[in-house]
Design a protein around this ligand. Structure first.
Ligand code: ARG
Length: 455
């Protein structure tokens, strides 16, 4: 195929090395849609007759059905998805099939197919990311009054509500979705009409192709249109960042499920056991999401590396764009799906969180704030509260178990009313600053996120 100016056949090894149909057949729906739009535009512009375009479109539709039903026979000899479909089209409709490629090159054709594919992937990711955000939101609403230690440096820091912790991830996902929506605007630009690299002598109307395919824009520069894959790299970055968020969420779930925390009971359906240790219930799903994040980053870096040294315009290197994208597409889609299910099925253990709150002096800031409210400059109050912690530690007591006498030995401005402020409830209740963990702020967040998730 396509060897008119070459002598003889390609060596088997070369054919196997250069073919892409084994994986780019995944673009068949996009290839057919793009070709159908191209045929209609050619007829509209008077390059083909209306009957020819109808014939081509009917043939393409039939091919779509053959591929979907599994009766289509793919051939490696035809190199890629484009040649496979074009060859079959000519079998079905005869000589007219050979007119489809008028004013077009595989260079703008593949760029269009890939943009259509990436655009659909982004749409699916957005739906799945919203579903996960909805799972997080539902859990936040299920446990409105549950408090837990919040951590910095992986050390207990201050009491927070479980809802605040879960909602933090919902906000990350909201930004992920917004980023994908933004990216989609740049993906949804049709390159068809750029031809091989320089444009074409046929009177094409690229905007008609774009419109039929539901794209908002058309290319401005033919050389740019056929040679850049920034749209794919950008989508893969959106996916990478979303995986970062899923990986962090996974890490929290893994920690929470650890016996030392016991904040959560993993659903059996999302756990595995060990082949040797009968007591084990492992958080493999979360671990795999965390682990797969690595190869998503790898795919993004791979594509960026492929692109960085390419001279203008199309180079066969660009064929290497699809597999990493497919890997990212599959990995992110499945990770989002499985995380939605996992989060929805988690059962939290408020009593264990309460137990953890009693450790680690998470109310030390409250004591410092109390002293500051009594006129001690905060930096000094901070130091005095630190002393109180040291004293409590020495006595093997919680801060709130120190006697008033003990507290007053550190700061004589402390009165009986301090104890009411040292409970986790008070700490959370009083954090009414915007976006803080206080119940009013959490309620507002839930409202905002609900509004965003409204269909
Ligand atoms: N399979 C090729 C790719 O994915 C299609 C474009 C081929 N164009 C070319 N001039 N060889 O990039």
């Amino acid at each position: 195929m396509l060897r008119a100016r070459l002598r003889g056949e390609a060596a088997d090894k070369v054919r196997a090395f250069t073919e892409s149909v084994s994986y780019d057949r995944r673009l068949y729906r996009q290839d057919i849609a793009g070709s159908a739009a191209h045929a209609a535009m050619l007829a509209r512009q008077g390059v083909l007759s209306g009957e020819e375009a109808d014939l081509l479109r009917a043939g393409l539709k039939q091919i779509g059905e053959e591929i979907a039903s599994g009766s289509f026979s793919w051939s490696e000899e035809q190199e890629d998805v484009h040649m496979n479909i074009e060859r079959r089209l000519t079998e079905i409709v005869g000589e007219t099939g050979k007119k489809l490629h008028t004013g077009r090159s595989r260079n703008d054709q593949v760029a269009l197919d890939f943009r259509l594919f990436v655009s659909e992937s982004l749409e699916r990711w957005m739906v799945l990311a919203r579903e996960l955000a909805a799972s997080l939101l539902a859990q936040a609403e299920r446990y409105p009054d549950v408090l837990m230690p919040g951590f910095t440096h992986m050390q207990a820091a201050q009491p927070v509500s479980l809802a605040q912790h879960l909602l933090a991830y919902a906000w990350m996902l909201k930004r992920d979705v917004e980023r994908m929506r933004d990216c989609a605007v740049r993906v949804r630009v049709s390159p068809l009409g750029a031809a091989a690299l320089a444009g074409t002598t046929y009177p094409l109307a690229p905007e008609h192709v774009a419109r039929e395919l539901g794209f908002e824009g058309v290319f401005d520069n033919s050389m740019d249109a056929v040679s850049d894959r920034d749209f794919a790299a950008e989508a893969m970055f959106c996916a990478s960042l979303c995986m970062t968020h899923l990986s962090r969420l996974s890490e929290d779930v893994i920690l929470w499920a650890n016996a030392a925390f016991s904040f959560v009971i993993l659903p059996d359906a999302y756990s595995t056991s060990s082949s040797i240790m009968p007591q084990k219930k492992n958080p493999d799903v979360a671990e795999l999401v965390r682990g797969k994040t690595g190869r998503v980053y790898g795919a993004l870096l791979g594509l960026l590396t492929t692109l960085k040294g390419l001279p203008m315009t199309y180079n066969r290197d660009l064929q290497e764009d699809k597999e990493p994208f497919f890997l990212v597409d599959d990995t992110l889609s499945r990770s989002l799906e499985v995380m939605s299910g996992l989060i929805a099925a988690l059962r939290f253990r408020p009593e264990q969180m309460r137990r953890a709150l009693a450790l680690g002096y998470v109310n030390a800031t409250e004591l410092a704030d109390y002293m500051a409210s009594r006129g001690v400059p905060f930096r000094e109050a901070h130091a005095l509260a630190g002393k109180a912690v040291a004293l409590a530690e020495e006595k093997k007591l919680a801060l709130e178990d120190l006697s008033l006498e003990d507290l007053r030995s550190i700061c004589r401005l402390v009165e009986e009313d301090v104890y009411a402020l040292l409970t986790p409830e008070a700490a959370v209740l009083r954090r009414q600053s915007p976006g803080g963990t206080g119940p009013e702020s959490v309620r507002r967040q839930i409202e905002k996120l609900r509004l965003w998730l409204k269909p």
